[in-house]
Design a protein around this ligand. Structure first.
Ligand SMILES: Nc1ncnc2c1ncn2[C@@H]1O[C@H](COP(=O)(O)OP(=O)(O)OP(=O)(O)O)[C@@H](O)[C@H]1O
Ligand SMILES: [Mg+2]
Length: 370
């Protein structure tokens, strides 16, 4: 049994020609009807009004001349209109067809995974240019998404590799009797396992926050309270490190409508980073101030600072400026990506500034008050 074949589809040229043929036929029939039914009668009427007799030889001649002149004029006009329509439809079909062919081949190659496919502006009017623009921006978004997906997978694989390799090596050594399962080994295994757990928690958090799938439990909060809570939560850790942790809030700031716990998470991440990157004897200041209609929360430190080339990247997932040292502390480089997503979910912005290495850093959260 043969598969049912789809009926042949007519192309753009065929359809355009059929439409023009229809218009021409309607025009021709109307013109012929008017010329043969109305024209001679009107002409005859005028002859009679001019005082000529019905059966006059001259009248019959004149009427015959009128009829053949009108049919000749009509025939030429129709032929010229048909030729012009054919030419116009061929030119238009060719130009539209060419633009559509470019677009459809770009769409096919995009569908085949070539995300750098783009189309040039067809210059066939606004609608076609809009279509090309929409296609190009869709392709650009897909390309960016694909790039991020690839990098995320590579980063996750990289982060998992070390703890998994360590766990495997230790387990093999224990099985072979080379290593005994003492308290120290258990602690090390536990440490690697908790690193994996934290990585998975962080990935869940950042994916949730970035996808907007995050329920915010908003309430009116005084910015000073957020600062005081963040400082209280980190006071002990700062003391252990020998870092002076200060609070610096302007009085009488307008309240902000935020999820208190999420904002605490943001400030805690920023203060943890600041403490980690500030040597003993340094200062970390958490502050709140007003900036026009907004309120800013800042975490400023006098620590290592951030090099200009790293600044634009610190909010990217898995980005760590000084890879060796940052990795030694066990962080996965996701903290700031989570902060950024949480602040964006509140309709705010988060920025980083640093005069350079050794000169400290300032992270600023800006929240709308209205
Ligand atoms: N206050 C700071 N001073 C200097 N560098 C900083 C500071 N805060 C962040 N950075 C740099 O930005 C990088 C990214 O920070 P982020 O908080 O995202 O990751 P992390 O702290 O390394 O790991 P995680 O937060 O996942 O435990 C850090 O590794 C560090 O290089
Ligand atoms: Mg961090």
């Amino acid at each position: 049994m043969s598969a049912p074949t789809a009926p042949p589809r007519s192309g753009l040229a065929g359809r355009l020609l059929a439409a023009i043929a229809l218009v021409m036929a309607a025009g021709a029939v109307t013109a012929w009807a008017v010329a043969s039914l109305v024209g001679p009668a009107v002409f005859h009427e005028h002859m009679l009004r001019a005082g000529l007799s019905d059966h006059d030889e001259a009248v019959l001649h004149a009427e015959e001349a009128f009829r053949s002149a009108s049919s000749l004029a009509l025939g030429f006009a129709l032929a010229a209109a048909a030729a012009a329509s054919l030419a116009v439809s061929l030119v238009l079909t060719r130009r539209i067809g060419r633009s559509l062919a470019v677009l459809s081949s770009a769409a096919s190659s995009l569908g085949g995974g070539r995300y750098d496919s783009r189309v040039p502006p067809p210059q066939m009017g606004r609608e076609f240019d809009d279509l090309a623009d929409a296609f190009n921006s869709m392709a650009a978004r897909l390309q960016e998404g694909e790039r991020l997906r690839g990098r995320l997978l590579a980063d996750v694989a990289h982060e998992i590799r070390t703890p998994v390799a360590t766990l495997t090596a230790y387990l093999e050594a224990i099985e072979d009797g080379v290593q005994d399962l003492g308290a120290e080994t258990v602690a090390l295994l536990r440490d690697q396992a908790s690193r994996l757990t934290r990585l998975s928690d962080d990935l869940t958090a950042v994916t949730r926050a970035e996808s907007g799938d995050l329920a915010l439990d908003r309430e009116h909060v005084a910015p000073g309270d957020l600062v005081a809570a963040a400082v209280a939560a980190s006071r002990e850790r700062a003391a252990e490190r020998g870092v002076d942790l200060r609070e610096d809030s302007s009085a009488s700031l307008p309240e902000v409508l935020v999820d208190r716990l999420r904002l605490a998470q943001v400030l805690d991440n920023l203060v943890t980073n600041a403490l980690r990157h500030t040597p003993p004897g340094g200062t970390v200041t958490v502050g709140a101030a007003s900036a026009g209609r907004d309120v800013t929360l800042t975490v400023r430190d006098t620590g290592e600072g951030i090099a200009a080339e790293d600044l634009p990247h610190v909010f990217e997932r898995f980005y760590r400026a000084d890879t060796a040292r940052d990795r030694a502390h066990g962080g996965s480089g996701i903290g700031l990506a989570i902060c950024l997503a949480l602040v964006h979910a509140h309709g705010g912005t988060l920025s980083a500034a640093s005069p350079g290495p050794g000169a400290g850093s300032t992270f600023t959260v800006t929240l709308p008050t209205g």
